[in-house]
Design a protein around this ligand. Structure first.
Ligand code: BJW
Ligand code: ZN
Length: 304
């Protein structure tokens, strides 16, 4: 991973400075520096099972005890985690004065994150807080510029289709049975070596109707959130930063090619794609810029 040379950084800043509609597509690599393991690199995430065998409606139906322990453990990690430098750099781009400095023509900046850890929203709230108390002139931080398309790990949803219960619940543990699970688990690697089978009635229940509750996240085969809005954002975007994602699932995996191809359907030049990742990804072939390295380091280089 040779550090990007100055020429590439200057060229990126020039192109970024010409952008009108900027989107970021982010994944687990964005939160790696906050101590949240990613899904598919580094020896699997949990009980050496692949996430795709746990984050599915079928897995939950077959073994809600196992899937709830997976989510309980990640909830604990996510609720304890803090935004890192990369989250904070992206939050600054949602502040109009700072955005105007690096992209004078920009009409919009939006962050589409596949992460369910809430850290991008937390970074925005912390920046908004800082700017209201600080002396620096600033526009309002655009709180509506972050789209958490796979939901939030702090949300609890009812499994009963008639019941609409979906609420944030920050309690740790959500129920005593998961707390017991916790005492036996020390870290991701050995989490799950001690199989405990929690009877369904002792798993989190919907406070409204009593049915089995589930994590308020989007599993494979389920519809990503803000589907129509993100499609419009992708259609308009002429600059896309792809940060810390292996792009394994739709719709995010389609964004780089669609942005490259936009020139065909909107009459202007093709959109530009910049990848920030520690390893090669399938977006690289569509990218004008590829910055190989930890995204907090690489983003600090291009947005000092
Ligand atoms: C660093 C770094 C550092 C490390 N710095 N980089 C209907 C039925 C059945 C299937 C489908 C269907 N419709 C669509 C599908 C297809 C399906 C799909 O794509 N499946 C694939 C397996 C092929 N897609 C979906 O189901 C999606 N729904 C959808 O498209 O709806 C369409 C629709 C429209 C209208 C009606 C109905 C449907 C939903 C996908 C849901 C994905 N769910 C998960 C779990 C979410 C909850 C949870 O978090 O538990 O999302 S799976 C998992 O993958 C999770 C992640 O968000 C996602 C992406 O993973 P990510 O973030 O890229 O993590 P990694 O680990 O893979 O990569 C990290 C990268 O960072 C690596 O490259 C590292 O190198 C790098 N990195 N440290 C920079 N410091
Ligand atoms: Zn309910």
């Amino acid at each position: 991973n040779s550090p990007p040379n100055e020429v590439q950084i200057q060229e990126f800043r020039r192109i970024f400075g010409e952008s009108n509609h900027i989107i970021v597509v982010a994944g687990a690599g964005l939160s790696a520096a906050s101590g949240i393991p990613t899904f598919r690199d580094g020896g699997g995430m949990w009980r050496s099972l692949d996430v795709t065998t746990l984050a599915t409606p079928e897995a939950f139906k077959a073994n809600p005890s196992l899937v709830w322990q997976f989510y309980h453990y990640r909830r604990v990690k996510a609720l304890q985690a803090k935004p890192n430098k990369a989250h904070r750099i992206l939050a600054r781009l949602s502040e109009p004065h700072f955005l105007a400095k690096v992209a004078p023509k920009a009409k919009s900046f939006n962050l589409i994150t596949q992460n369910v850890d809430r850290l991008s929203v937390t970074a925005l709230k912390e920046l908004a807080e800082e700017l209201t108390t600080g002396a620096t002139p600033s526009g309002r931080v655009r709180m509506d510029s972050v789209f958490e398309i796979h939901g939030k790990i702090s949300d609890v949803k009812c499994t009963n289709p008639e019941c609409e219960y979906l609420e944030e619940d920050l309690s740790i543990p959500l129920c005593s049975s998961l707390g017991i699970a916790d005492t036996q688990l020390t870290d991701y690697q050995d989490a799950g070596t001690k199989e405990i089978n929690i009877p369904e009635e002792d798993l989190p229940r919907c406070p409204k109707c009593g049915a089995l509750a589930r994590p308020g996240v989007v599993w494979a085969g389920e519809r990503s959130l803000s589907w129509d809005i993100i499609n419009q954002l992708v259609f308009k975007a002429d600059m896309c930063l792809v940060i810390g994602t292996s792009l394994p699932v739709t719709p995010a995996s389609t964004f780089p090619m669609r942005i490259r191809g936009r020139g065909a359907n909107v009459g202007s030049g093709p959109g530009k794609v910049a990848v920030f990742n520690v390893e090669p990804t399938k977006a690289d072939e569509h990218a004008h810029f590829v910055f190989h390295g930890p995204c907090d380091v690489e983003l600090s280089r291009v947005f000092p």
